[in-house]
Design a protein around this ligand. Structure first.
Ligand SMILES: C[S@@+](CC[C@H](N)C(=O)[O-])C[C@H]1O[C@@H](n2cnc3c(N)ncnc32)[C@H](O)[C@@H]1O
Length: 396
């Protein structure tokens, strides 16, 4: 290739050097194919320990990322043309160069335009699937959907996983507006999942925020079960999701070492939800999404004389306790300056534990709401864990 086009190619490659440094967690690989007549010579470039590992013509060398442009341009001097393919999660960039032209093109792999049509394409086997406009699309999100067991190896939804796929997609749909608001306000969104289990929602959120919304993001899963954390780590490694960490730890002992923007927790048992909320509130997170699980604490504490003839029936006392537990959590969050909404996120036929609490920080605090909370707490004779956790910091 001529000198002029080699130097144009090297300018595009310098842009890639910066992109790799800015988005190292999302890097997947680079290949370059050089042509001389009909013969092709391929270079493969990976990153190990923050350095380029360049394999070309049987030789492997290690170089700083800043050397990418110089190395690939230099190789180009001996050939007629080059095609460099840079891949990161959600985006592929091509740089094509020959003696006539040098051009760069970008393909977004997580966007609607590139999506195979679910109705006409891959998966029209159930009208239930075909009729919804999914955010986590088959044909685009296959790697993550396979890893969490929704898709089989041949790319079809497993029969017994249709419901779970719908639930996951609906979860993202509910959070979509909130995620976009967080993405507009922050350069990188950090999401904490307390009691993460096998972290399937974290993986899906990671895919969606990174590859569809195209925002930098970081994910932390905390669970005291070593088995689920080891499984989550393996899944992240297989997916090449480098922007995740998983901690084997009781939520009560967890102190974040970075700013958390969104705290989530699904079906963390009993007061584990309060500890998850406690981490969120004590760290002033911007938003909280919780789906509580079973609850016993308030049931064992509360009494209210005017209702004594109703509450003498155990079943009614228990149902009322469920409502009070989530109600006082919501009131306390409002007192701390959050705007709270509560909704049924899936049908109660799928699980009765289907209440979702979504809270977004809007004020520094709301004294009126906190006074209301204190009045109700005194009326019911209760001392909720959440309040203790917020006042004292997380208990150990
Ligand atoms: C019912 S599972 C839900 C898992 C996951 N969130 C999901 O929706 O699939 C509850 C998880 O919370 C974890 N857990 C409960 N209490 C915890 C605590 N105090 N600290 C850390 N993990 C806890 C359990 O080990 C379990 O993995």
């Amino acid at each position: 290739m001529n000198k002029q086009n080699i130097s144009k190619m090297s300018l595009f490659l310098m842009g890639l050097e910066q992109r790799i440094k800015d988005r190292i967690d999302f890097f997947k690989g680079i290949s370059a194919v050089y042509k001389s007549g009909t013969r092709e010579y391929k270079a493969n470039i990976s990153i190990e320990d923050g350095k380029l590992k360049i394999n070309f013509n049987g030789k492997t060398e290690t170089a700083e990322i800043e050397w990418l442009s110089a190395r690939l341009s230099k190789f180009g001097e001996n050939y007629d043309s080059a095609l460099v393919t840079y891949e990161e999660r959600g985006t592929t960039i091509y740089i094509e160069a020959d003696n006539k032209n040098v051009k760069m093109s970008v393909k977004e792999t997580g966007t609607k335009e590139n999506a195979p049509d679910i109705k006409n394409g891959y998966h029209s086997e159930t009208s239930q699937i075909a009729n919804r406009d999914y955010l986590i699309k088959i044909g685009q999100a296959d790697d993550v959907l396979k890893e969490i067991g929704i898709l089989s190896e041949n790319g079809k939804i497993k029969n017994d996983m249709i419901r779970k796929y719908n639930q996951i997609d609906h979860f993202v749909e509910i959070l979509n507006g909130l995620l976009k608001r967080l993405a507009d306000k922050n350069d990188c969104i950090t999401v904490l999942d307390s009691g993460c289990g096998k972290s399937y929602l974290l993986f899906v959120l990671n895919y969606y925020i990174t590859e569809v919304l195209k925002k930098k993001s970081y994910f932390i899963g905390v669970d005291y079960s070593e088995t689920v954390i080891q499984a989550s780590r393996k899944m992240a490694s297989r997916l090449g999701y480098n922007n995740m960490e998983f901690k084997i730890m009781d939520i009560r002992n967890y102190r974040p070492d970075r700013k958390i923007h969104l705290a989530i927790s699904l079906h963390a048992c009993d007061t584990a939800t309060d500890y998850a909320l406690g981490v969120a509130l004590n760290n002033n997170v911007e938003a909280v999404v919780m789906v509580p699980c079973c609850q016993k604490e308030i049931l064992n504490q509360y009494s209210y004389d005017p209702f004594s003839q109703i509450l003498k029936h155990g079943i009614l006392k228990a149902r009322m306790a469920d409502v009070l537990t989530d109600g006082i959590r919501a009131m306390l969050l409002e007192g701390m300056g959050y705007k709270v909404s509560l909704l049924e996120y899936i049908s109660p036929l799928e699980t009765p534990k289907n209440l979702m609490l979504i809270a977004e920080k809007v004020h520094s605090e709301n004294k009126k709401a906190m006074d209301e909370y204190n009045k109700l707490k005194d009326l019911l004779n209760i001392t909720p864990t959440l309040e203790r956790v917020i006042c004292r910091g997380i208990e150990t």
